[in-house]
Design a protein around this ligand. Structure first.
Ligand code: 13P
Length: 256
């Protein structure tokens, strides 16, 4: 399986800044066959960047989309409209869930819509600090997986990536703590166990699981060597070109 290094730019960079960043990133990026480098810019930058991107070197992701293909949904953009611009869509990021009120049901519909439109969903799951403190982590993770994958068949599941992002470890929460590789390993085991229950052991092994939460060049290697981890979802560090390229270099070293 490939190793995925995904940069989630969140609400940062205008179109010009996004274009300059992409230019610099792909200029020095080798054409890695075993590492899939993906960036998720702002929606407004996707169209121009889709013309600029060298798809042999890297791919684009959207940060969100709406599950209906067209219709009276003012302000929304559909997966159908993103087809041809991006290869991946981040779905159910904790900021969507907790700031914009996306619930598990909506997240499930979005995953199904991505697959229907032949885009790879990156389904984000993760517990909050208080859920962890109350011992609810396993239930939250299982619930988010079950509802996120509710409409995903055995034939489709290897098109899905899962990103485990403990909300308390996301740098922009202001009081982020670092998740230890052991803490990550425990949840990845739970995720893989749940996937095996749903789709069988063999199929579950083919599903990519990423980790996200304050990933930096200095800790990327430790997270990438957690058993069952196939990549990283990077926020803050993906905005700094040399940090993001250092993380890609770490992935190359660790996984080869
Ligand atoms: P940070 O890497 O800034 O903690 O963000 C993680 C994240 O939310 C990526 O989707």
């Amino acid at each position: 399986m490939k190793t995925y290094i995904v940069g989630n730019w969140k609400l940062n960079f205008n179109v010009g800044e996004s274009s300059i960043y992409l230019h610099k990133l792909q200029k020095n990026l080798p054409n890695y066959r075993d590492i899939e480098v993906v960036v998720a810019p702002s929606l407004v930058a996707l169209q121009p960047l889709s013309l600029q991107i060298d798809r042999h070197k890297m791919k684009l992701a959207a940060q969100n989309a709406f599950y209906r293909d067209y219709g009276a949904f003012t302000g929304e953009v559909s997966f159908a409209q993103l087809k041809g611009l991006v290869d991946y869509v981040i779905i159910g990021h904790s900021e969507r869930r907790h700031i914009f009120g996306e619930d598990d049901k909506m997240v499930g519909k979005k995953v199904a819509a991505a697959l229907r439109n032949k885009l790879t969903p990156i389904l984000c799951i993760g517990e909050t600090e208080s859920e962890r403190a109350f011992g609810e982590t396993a239930d939250v993770i299982r619930d988010q997986l079950l509802s996120g994958l509710r409409d995903v068949s055995e034939e489709e599941i290897d098109e899905v990536l899962i990103a485990y992002e403990p909300v308390w470890a996301i740098s922009t929460t202001g009081h982020a703590k670092l998740a230890s590789p052991d803490e990550v390993a425990e949840i990845v085991k739970l995720i893989r166990g749940t996937l095996a229950d749903l789709y069988g052991e063999k199929t579950a092994e083919k599903i990519g699981v990423l980790f996200g939460g304050s990933v930096k060049p200095s800790n990327a290697g430790a997270y990438l060597t957690v058993p069952g981890i196939n990549g990283l979802l990077v926020g803050g560090a993906s905005l700094i070109l040399n940090e993001f390229t250092d993380i890609i270099d770490v992935a190359k070293r660790v996984k080869s």
